[in-house]
Write a protein that binds this ligand. Sequence first.
Ligand code: SAH
Ligand code: SF4
Ligand code: F3S
Length: 470
Amino acid sequence: MLMPQLKEARKRTKKAAEVKKYEIDDKLKTLGLGKTYYIKTYGCQMNVHDSENIKAILEDMGFKESSNMDQADLILLNTCAIRENAHNKVFGMIGRLKHMKQDRPDIITGICGCMAQEEVVVKEILDKYSFLDVVFGTHNIHELPGILDKAMHKNKIEVDVMAIEGDIVENVPVKRDSKYKAFVNIMYGCDKFCTYCIVPYTRGKQRSRRFEDIIAEVKGLKEDGYKEVTLLGQNVNAYGKDLNIKYDMSDLLEDVAKTGIERIRFVTSHPWDFTDRMIEVIGKYANIMPYIHLPLQSGSDRILKLMGRRYTKESYLKLFNKIKATVPNAAITTDIIVGFPGESEEDFLDTLDVVNTCKYDSAFTFIFSPREGTPAAKMKDDTPLKVKEDRLHKLNEIVNKYALIANQKYLGKVVPVLLENVSEKNDDMLAGYTDTMKLVNVKAPKEMLGEIVNVKITDVKTWSMDGEIA
Ligand code: SAH
Ligand code: SF4
Ligand code: F3S
């Protein structure tokens, strides 16, 4: 049994990340033959991309994907630890798995992802939910064949979670959800240690992939007909800082742009490492999409300092204006936390002030959720939940107002849209995104899936737009 350890997860050494290669033992290639799997994914894009890797590894072992959890032989929950409600959802589902296991004792059940990297969670599982068959973490996904082999040959829970800083593993197979757009990891982990955030503990230290490997992956995707790549990292702007090379995110963006792939996106950019050169490169290349997610978290300097974000309201606004000046058509979205420990009404008004100044295209808003082991979880927090909920409500009203205003500017305009799937609300429509990441439902035949087409916007709402082929 390998248990996660909070103390180890917090450590950062000077040791360089090792670059390893995924390999599967021939005798494990038949372990899943005749069996099906189902993965439920709870987290961010990186977590979604991990599921794409896990699916391909399972298929390497002979498993086939099932679209029905109630019939699958192997059920994995790929979890997220970012807020308490993510936790609660997973424990609710674990309860359901228990019943399924009673009905069908032969199924294999397990959890992986960020919650599996949390010491408290794994202790709780061992204590109350040890009917599960397997628990593995974010650092050893590439070892899944061996881990499953162990789990399938014993009638006790197999816990295999490494409390390490983490390495880089290349050559991991991937079963992508889309044929047109792809996630590409450019870095793993995070060393920012914002005081509220669990990610540096669940994902390990910041480690950048070699740029040659990233470019090769993008070129391969382009050859396979992919139209769009999203470069993934917790803090992509810090790309390369952990490697001893003179090559940073602006160089990477430029080299990815030069591959000629049609659309390039990247998430998430921490305002702290956003350089002028990056802004220039984004403005210079037409295939780098004019869409930037720039998390604010709070507009109050006092709260930002407590959060450990290392920028001020003023420097954030300066950066925001610089981006808007160089990339005039850029859509900018953000993340905001209300109710951080000690947030006063005045602090909150500072946040609203930034929102009213930036008029974001949209924003993800959250109530602060204490995460065990993080510094903010120990800070004195005497704001009643009701007050926090009121702040969230007020903030959302303003955010939604600006989202609608931003969308209204599109009415009657013709914009390029990558049609990527059948619309959820109407079978006769296709859905896709503009270069600025606006969701558009378009009246178009299914043959047009995967194409970037000019669409005339005929109606706009707060969260989406409608359009027709121009
Ligand atoms: N790496 C990204 C954030 C990833 S987490 C960045 O630095 O911008 C996505 C968002 O979840 C964060 O931007 C933050 O707004 C929110 N979040 C993270 N931890 C949280 C917590 N403990 N409580 C509430 N929201 C949180
Ligand atoms: Fe969390 Fe901060 Fe790292 Fe983002 S930059 S993942 S908020 S610690
Ligand atoms: Fe959640 Fe882990 Fe992503 S905590 S947000 S799945 S990095």
